[in-house]
Write a protein of this length. Structure first.
Length: 498
């Protein structure tokens, strides 16, 4: 017992030293940068440094609680995303003239004529959100480490499952591609099925949901047997990611989700991703997706995109400002008592959507925002998210509780997975929530309830039924084989006695 307490004291001591060192490094860097800035810009620098400090403290605390597997933690990835959606806008405000920054978000934000003090004030709301999520996650996370199991497959059930899943994925891709209208621009990707009548459109929606669910399940089974399907697993990841980019005419979110699924599955079933490799991977993805946005904005004309970059330079991707823009805009409207009228059921949209068809948009905050500020848009041009939602309802107090609930919810999902890590379907659910946690930041705290209830519950039940049929067939064949061998042995014994 004394040895256990001694180890815990050493661990707490190391955590305190790492925390102090991290805060000192942030403070020193901030002091150096602050000496080069004008006074108005300090209003942007201070919350940025605090956000970085909160992330470092959270990372150190989580590291000493769960060990080396930080990159397998849903909460760690999510808090890292919040930080990215905080520091990239701040970088734009500090380094690049907002009026000269390229990208649709920065252009819209500059039209609001924001003062540095207002930009900094909203960055403090990001700090509030990242802090409350971190506190909620650490509060409820517990100390058990994530250790995925590596199942055997003596009867070839997983092999046949992989074949069936791969076939269904190809069928779904073929169906949604065949029924799509021609797409020549990025915006047409969102209206490609508008020409269809009700029933074909519902069929396409079903195929899209099945594709999403079977994507996750297929990759999960491939990485569960990584030694056998190593090359096939990475071929599937890269093929899926490439298809999503090409099919959507430049949309990046689906391909990012696929890559994150491959990343965390490798981390869980093959080898823990080190901090160095994880950081390099994140930087590489940020650069690739920024380049993709630039090329997409010029309709994939590489010559024109290269000329624009040479003349104007590269701004952070507009995606990194999407969460900031709507939150800033609505908090400015709130300060002026100019929030458009709302219906109270919109507050419970995450739960109402579980019972309503997906094309029911009346109480969807994203469509409410589009109707109020962009009524002529074909589809909602902006995302919302917990920060923007809080501006509609209770302000900063609302944001505090949304962050706490968000952190607790993700911690619960992690603990739920750990207690069921020997189940393939638990891995599928966790992998999906891990790879799509960025959608929570862009949509709502309980974003995952809808796809889990409407997509993954039916998909998991369907796959489990198929696996049961395969298992029963294997048992039937095995029984017949044993029966045949038994009769043969009896026949041999009879003739030996004769």
């Amino acid at each position: 017992m004394d040895e256990i307490h001694s180890v815990r004291r050493v661990g707490r001591g190391r955590m305190l030293r790492y925390s102090a060192l991290s805060l000192f490094a942030v403070a020193l860097s901030g002091a150096i940068v602050a000496s080069q800035l004008h006074t108005p810009q300090l209003a942007i620098l201070y919350p940025t440094l605090v956000a970085i400090g909160v992330f470092l403290l959270f990372s150190v605390a989580l590291r000493f609680r769960v060990g080396e597997g930080l990159f397998g933690e849903l909460g760690f990835l999510y808090v890292a995303f919040i930080l990215a959606y905080t520091i990239f806008p701040a970088f734009t405000f500090l380094v690049i003239d907002l009026d000269l920054a390229s990208g649709w978000v920065w252009e819209k934000l500059s039209l609001l004529l924001p003062a540095p003090s207002s930009l900094g004030a909203h960055l403090w709301r990001h700090v509030l959100f990242i802090s409350s999520v971190a506190i909620g996650y650490l509060w409820f996370r517990g100390h058990k480490q994530i250790e995925a199991t590596r199942p055997s497959d003596p009867n070839g059930i997983d092999f046949r499952t992989i074949l069936i899943l791969g076939a269904v994925v190809l069928v779904c891709i073929s169906a949604i591609s065949f029924m799509s209208a021609p797409v020549t621009t990025y915006i047409e990707n969102y209206t490609r099925y508008d020409h269809l009548s009700w029933f074909p459109r519902k069929f396409v929606s079903l195929c899209a949901r099945l594709k999403q669910g079977f994507y996750v399940a297929l990759l999960t089974f491939l990485f569960m047997h990584y030694r056998r399907y190593k090359y096939l697993a990475w071929f599937a990841v890269l093929s899926m990611a490439a298809f999503e980019v090409i099919y959507s005419y430049g949309s990046r979110i689906e391909s990012l989700i696929v890559l994150l699924m491959g990343f965390v599955l490798y981390h869980l079933f093959v080898n823990f991703v080190t901090l160095k490799k994880g950081v390099i991977t994140c930087i590489a993805l940020a650069m690739i997706f920024t380049a993709l946005e630039v090329i997409r904005s010029y309709d994939f004309d590489l010559t024109q995109a290269n000329g624009a970059v040479s003349a104007q330079g590269v701004s952070p991707a507009s995606e990194f400002g999407a969460v900031y823009f709507t939150g800033f805009h609505l908090y400015e409207e709130r300060a002026n008592n100019a929030i458009p009228p709302t219906e109270f059921p919109m507050f419970f949209n995450d739960f109402i959507s579980l019972l309503m068809p997906n094309d029911f948009k009346r109480w969807n905050p994203q469509y409410w925002y589009a109707d109020a500020y962009f009524p002529d848009s074909v589809v909602p041009p902006e995302t919302m998210g917990p920060i923007a939602d809080s501006a509609i309802w209770g302000g900063e107090i609302d944001l505090l509780f949304r962050g706490l609930i968000n952190g607790i919810f993700f911690a619960y999902l992690t603990r739920w997975f750990i207690s069921r890590r020997d189940k393939w379907w638990a891995t599928v659910i966790y992998i999906f929530c891990y790879a799509t946690c960025i959608m929570t930041l862009k949509y709502s705290v309980f974003y995952h309830l809808n796809p889990l209830f409407k997509t993954f519950l039916p998909v998991i039940l369907l796959i489990e039924m198929v696996r049961k049929l395969i298992r029963n067939e294997s048992k039937f064949k095995e029984h017949n084989l044993l029966k045949y061998l038994y009769k043969r042995s009896q026949f041999s014994n009879h003739w030996s006695r004769f």
